[in-house]
Write a protein that binds this ligand. Structure first.
Ligand SMILES: [Zn+2]
Length: 140
């Protein structure tokens, strides 16, 4: 059997969720959180995406450039230290503990996750628009 990643519904949904998270993260930090580069930006995982339990955790995911992301696999210390400083030691420890749990996502769970991500994003956008239009009215 050839062992490569198949285009199963689960894998496709996983990719779509991660793409959606990346898009939302890029709106906040359109640069590598570690070195500030704006080239070859990727969605970096503090704890490896191999651990399915934390694959979509917001605090586990940060924008990194390709070289910082690759270096994290060789030496996880700099990005781990960055994460400890930026998400806080409690969340870091929580992610580390959770990364050791076994999690198997089901297709309905993944669909729900994607739907919720989009809903929250829509809601946030509407709030921003409301604030902006209120501000515009006050000014005008
Ligand atoms: Zn970088």
């Amino acid at each position: 059997m050839i062992k490569h990643r198949r285009n199963t519904e689960k894998n496709l949904l996983t990719d779509r969720i991660l793409a959606e998270i990346k898009r939302q993260k890029l709106e906040k930090t359109p640069y590598c959180v570690q070195c500030g580069s704006r080239n070859n930006l990727q969605l970096g995982h503090v704890f490896s995406r191999v651990c399915k339990s934390i694959i979509f955790e917001w605090d586990n995911l940060h924008i990194q450039c390709e070289s910082c992301n690759n270096y994290h696999e060789v030496n996880p210390e700099p990005f781990n230290n960055w994460a400890k400083r930026n998400i806080g030691i409690e969340k870091f420890n929580y992610l580390e503990a959770k990364s050791k749990q076994i999690k198997k996502w089901t297709v309905p769970e993944l669909k729900e996750k994607l739907k919720r991500l989009r809903c929250v994003d829509e809601r946030n956008k509407r709030n921003v628009e409301t604030i902006q239009s209120r501000y515009a009215r006050q000014k005008g």
